[in-house]
Ligand binder design. Sequence first.
Ligand SMILES: Cc1cc2nc3c(=O)[nH]c(=O)nc-3n(C[C@H](O)[C@H](O)[C@H](O)COP(=O)(O)OP(=O)(O)OC[C@H]3O[C@@H](n4cnc5c(N)ncnc54)[C@H](O)[C@@H]3O)c2cc1C
Length: 460
Amino acid sequence: VGEGNVRVPAPAEHLRDATESRAVRGSALASVSPGDTEEVAAVVRWCAAQGLAVVRRGGGTGYSAGAVPAGDAIVIATDRLTGAARVTPEAWRGTFPAGMTTAEVHRRCRESGLFFAPNPGSAESCFIGGNVATNAGGPRSFRYGTTRAWVTGLEAVLGDGRIVRVGGSARKNVETLDFVGLLCGSEGTLGVITEVTLRLQPAPEAELPVLAIYADREAGLDALGSAMACGAVPAALEFLDGGALQAARATLPGGLPPGAAFAVLTEVLGTDTVAESEAAMLREALAPGALTVLAPQTRRDVEALWRWRSGVSLAVTAAAGGKLSEDITVPTERLGEALAAIDRIRVDAGVEMTSWGHAGDGNIHATVMADPTDPEALAAAEAVAHRLFTVPAALDGALSGEHGIGRLKLAAAAAQLNPDVLALQRAVKAAFDPFEIMNPRVKIPSVADQVTPTEQLVSR
Ligand SMILES: Cc1cc2nc3c(=O)[nH]c(=O)nc-3n(C[C@H](O)[C@H](O)[C@H](O)COP(=O)(O)OP(=O)(O)OC[C@H]3O[C@@H](n4cnc5c(N)ncnc54)[C@H](O)[C@@H]3O)c2cc1C
């Protein structure tokens, strides 16, 4: 791969991801940046021959420590997988190298009049390969689905160095089992994704968000219900609680009204006529009981509002010095019950917490504030984070909606998920990764991780 592309020891920035805000750091023997798929395959074959674990790294923005290496591992960084992108405007399709940032994918699509909906708040730093590996979502997943819904084909290097292409450019394809679906959200456990083919859509003419702020959660939850019932089909339906609003108040366009305790942020996309009419329906649906309703119209103001939303996570981190952010999901109509259960955990533990997330998808970024330099505070916060996993178990939800299981939720997955499903996951992994070198102890619990006797498991 060229001498300059192998770093021994691995640089500090390749030993961490966004879980650094909860003091998670890893270790590795070395970090390698292959320049193309053949080089990735050669590195994987060499690691397999040495019996060394391989940990994949995209942009390093993950929230579950899947890219954080442990022990005698080799990091394969995908930052040099930035070869040619091919956009075919007339077929609404694009093929992108795994190391391209999501923001660059968006820019390339826009240049051709096309649109790729998944828009994680980390788009400037995360890679499209990382988005596929985590099946990333974001605000617009409410209407347009997560990354999986947009992928038709993938190129990947499996755990023994085989290069495979699954799916392809065709928008419909059922000639095999759904290997594209398996790789989406596999968190690096099945292979190294090197190239991604996406089905795209024509770019919408207009993007019109509406932000409404309320004095209490009940009014906000009612407004969410009204937004879903008003006849518009919003692309995004987000919520933020009072703590998140306070942390991010400095950059909120229009400022934060006194007494703000809950916000609903929604957006419609489409032709000018459709977007304007649906935005009007949403403004009307959100107005009752609101302290304020903000509906920016110009591109500059719209971008400023979404920049503010993307900065909420970092603003919350800055407010406390650090945070533990979980990513549970519940059925949409049980959001209120979930937030009440999170309240009970917070009060019982006596910690500071805040929540925001993708309300339409019932996806809650329940967050415990903790200074990562204070070991006691961190331990207390970790215990609370663990208790949060009881919420989706009780409400027919899931441990993670978009951030993944990674290393951090492995024990919760081992304890909560059905043993037969866990065994099936291990069998699938063995087919892709016969030497068990791909992201070991990430996402897929081993038999040893399932320490709890079967009869005590909360099986779902
Ligand atoms: C401020 C902020 C906002 C965020 N907002 C969102 C959001 O709205 N929605 C959302 O879903 N997530 C969000 N995230 C989380 C994160 O950005 C996503 O999970 C993203 O998809 C991770 O991509 P990455 O390239 O940074 O991957 P990494 O963090 O480098 O890796 C994540 C996982 O994918 C694996 N991986 C990475 N690249 C490859 C590859 N080429 N082949 C195989 N495996 C690979 C890694 O091994 C690891 O398990 C946010 C994070 C931050 C910091």
